[in-house]
Write a protein that binds this ligand. Structure first.
Ligand SMILES: Cc1ncc(COP(=O)(O)O)c(C=O)c1O
Length: 406
């Protein structure tokens, strides 16, 4: 057994692990690391949802195996959410599956639909499971731009003409992790038209449907007439209701794709613990106020981040949605690449961020900053960074002054 296993060779060690190791070592030395690295929501789950979990857990009938595709009430609640929020009508029995987090749903959808060598069009940079879910399933990834627009559409067109076999599926993720790009319905309509023309499946990851600040609420691709013929969409309770550890998400949309996912899941799991599903149902049916509170906390953190990091000499473009800022590495550190820069931030500024390279090769000039610490801690991170950047900035100013006076 000297050779690495076939699948494991396709799963390189998580890039983020290197930063995590340094972070753990720094903490062991007593450093107070402000951790803006992992997208792990820090806010508590709304108390009415926790109460519902406790109540349901006291019923011994809830201790048995649950339903792999989700209990009926939960699937109905998700269909109700889609109708309220997007005006999209779904059949809870045939077009909705509850998943153990959207990541599980996405990865098992990849297992369900991929044959060895199938080509998948995947944004770069993107959330790792979008590519690795398919790589684990034996697929091949062809990168497309992450930004919604003409370049992406042209890349799909080129892929259809030049990849062999023709692409099986395209992955979209708006609002996007890590870039925070958002897409409008016009763009989705163009993708759906292309997908229909070339018989390509569309997998839309809408995990950040409810984490938006300025613009109109992000749309669902299923709002495009006829999208359900080609598309499935994934949503998550993790960010919307601060329930990351509960592991509840959904896949909704095209019946054939949903049936394929449900079939794979029926062999693998018995569904989430029933009380978790009952509590998730309560959240979806009555949690609109809670969503508003979560949104306003992230919005304030976003504003503090942009303002305080900007003053510290690290300009951060303001994301209009998601819980992340996608920040170009400040000059003169950009040439180091995102991993080395992130390591420096841990070691010299006691701040952890996620290196952009962890989301794909086209992310290497950026770091992702997650809004998962409170405003006070974000300001502290900015002060630390200001101290770290100051010598380089002074040196640059001296060079400018020197060259002006020379
Ligand atoms: C774009 C995106 N999709 C999916 C997920 C996974 O969410 P879940 O907790 O529902 O598996 C995340 C989590 O960070 C994400 O950023």
């Amino acid at each position: 057994m000297s050779e690495e296993f076939h699948k494991i060779r396709r799963l390189p060690p998580y890039v983020f692990e290197e930063v995590n190791r340094l972070k753990a070592a720094a903490r062991a030395r007593g450093a107070d690391i402000v951790d803006l690295g992992m997208g792990n929501p820090d806010l508590p789950t709304p108390s009415f949802v926790v109460d519902k979990l406790c109540e349901a857990a006291r019923d011994p009938r809830a201790h048995r195996y649950s339903a792999s595709k989700g209990i009926a009430g939960l699937r109905r609640a998700q269909a109700g959410y889609y109708e309220r929020r997007f005006g999209v009508k779904l059949d809870p029995n045939r077009q909705v599956v509850a998943t153990l987090g959207s990541k599980e749903g996405f990865a098992n959808m990849a297992q369900a639909i991929t044959a060895p060598g199938d080509v998948i069009l995947c944004p770069n940079p993107t959330y790792p499971i979008h590519a690795f879910g398919f790589l684990m399933a034996g697929g091949t990834i062809r990168s497309i731009p992450a930004e919604p627009g003409d370049e992406l559409l042209a890349a799909v067109d080129r892929a259809v003409r030049h990849s062999i076999p023709k692409p099986l599926a395209i992955v979209l993720n708006y609002p996007s992790n890590p870039t925070a790009y958002v897409a409008g319905l016009d763009f989705y309509a163009e993708v759906v038209a292309l997908a229909k023309k070339h018989e390509i499946i569309v997998l839309s990851d809408l995990a950040y449907a409810e984490i938006f600040f300025d613009d109109a609420p992000p749309p669902s691709i299923l709002q495009v007439p006829g999208a359900i013929d080609v598309a499935v969409e994934f949503t998550s309770m993790s960010k919307t209701f601060s329930m990351p550890g509960w592991r509840i998400g959904f896949a909704v949309g095209n019946e054939r794709l949903i049936a394929a996912l449900a079939r794979v899941k029926s062999y693998l799991d018995y569904g989430a613990f029933t009380p978790i599903q009952v509590a998730a149902t309560a959240a979806l049916n009555g949690g609109d106020n809670a969503i508003g509170e979560v949104r306003s906390i992230y919005r304030k953190r976003r504003d503090v981040l942009v303002e305080s990091f900007g003053r510290a000499g690290f300009p951060v473009p303001a994301p209009s949605s998601t819980m992340f800022a996608w920040a170009p590495i400040p000059e003169p550190y950009r040439r180091l690449g995102s991993l080395e820069f992130s390591k420096l931030l841990v070691e010299k500024a006691d701040v952890a961020v996620a290196p952009g390279i962890g989301f794909g090769e086209y992310g290497d000039e950026f770091v992702r900053i997650a809004l998962v610490e409170n405003e006070h801690r974000i300001r502290q991170a900015a002060r630390n960074i200001k101290r770290f950047l100051a010598p380089a900035q002074e040196a640059r100013q001296n060079v400018v002054t020197f060259s002006r006076s020379a």
